[in-house]
Design a protein around this ligand. Structure first.
Ligand code: ZN
Ligand code: FE
Ligand code: FE
Ligand code: ZN
Length: 267
């Protein structure tokens, strides 16, 4: 049986399609035991408004997801993908603590003011030093991890999305301190299959980084990052294979912000 899909969006973020019930139904057809909705968190300070719900839409998000929970399986859990960005400490810690989330995914989508994974800003990659950009990205991820606000690190090597990446030796050296921080924090890393649908044509994180996570005993969860019901659990067989190759024998899902370990079944 495939692992739960713990990274699913809804149209409230302004760049996804489909009803929450369609995501649930897609997961049911695939035989999944559970899914977790993790739409992009509101940011009342005005950070990246085109990609997220407004704060006053949050209650409809909560009801949309929790109303599905009373129906027949798969289990539907309630989460959020919360960006780490300058100034988020004025909002996120108190706000996250006030909600009844099962899981909070931490994500970095900006390197300073550059939306490096935004298709509208991808040409900037041609003008920067790729290795320096990755270094800065990993610095920001390390800061995010040390805040203690999140349960899971999203798409760990997201800067590869458009195909710009350092050589393996550099990647290994610059990622080691990040993964040490993740291991120290108790957070999990997600195996996010959306990279398969991007120019990178590769799961986040790469096998190299997943092997490094496994060496440190960092737990894993699985997410499609679906913004369309057709993408629910997309690429999960490949993701499970990658996890098995790294030596993983279990994955985690989150309930009430606590992780539950489940044996990983090879596919
Ligand atoms: Zn999104
Ligand atoms: Fe993301
Ligand atoms: Fe996402
Ligand atoms: Zn995402």
């Amino acid at each position: 049986m495939l692992p739960d899909d713990s990274h699913i969006h809804t149209p409230l973020c302004r760049h996804a399609r489909g009803e929450v019930s369609q995501y649930r139904d897609a997961a049911r057809r695939l035989g999944l035991r559970g899914i977790c909705f993790t739409d992009h968190a509101p940011a009342p300070c005005g950070y990246d408004p085109k990609n997220r719900m407004a704060l006053d839409q949050f209650e409809s998000y909560r009801l949309m997801v929790t109303d599905l929970q009373s129906k027949n399986g798969p289990a539907v859990r309630f989460g959020i993908e919360a960006d780490y960005y300058p100034g988020c400490e004025n909002f996120l810690p108190a706000w996250l603590a006030d909600q009844d989330f099962d899981m909070v995914i931490g994500a970095v989508h900006f390197i300073d003011n550059w939306g490096f994974d935004d298709p509208d800003e991808h040409t900037v990659w041609k003008t920067v030093n790729v290795e320096d950009a990755w270094r800065r990205y990993f610095e920001i991820v390390t800061e995010m991890v040390t805040t203690g606000m999140y349960d899971v690190v999203a798409h760990l090597d997201l800067p590869k999305k458009f195909g710009y990446r350092p050589r393996d030796a550099e990647t290994r050296e610059m990622a080691a301190p990040v993964l040490d921080a993740v291991a120290g924090s108790g957070m999990a890393v997600e195996i996010n299959t959306s990279g398969l649908r991007r120019p990178a044509k590769e799961i986040y994180p790469s096998q190299l980084l997943l092997d490094m996570a496994a060496e440190r005993g960092i737990p894993i969860c699985f997410g499609s990052d679906a913004h369309d019901p057709a993408d629910a659990a997309n690429g999960f067989k490949e993701a499970v294979k990658s996890a098995c190759d790294a030596g993983y024998a279990e994955w985690v899902r989150y309930e009430n912000r606590s992780s539950v370990k489940i044996p990983l079944e090879p596919v």
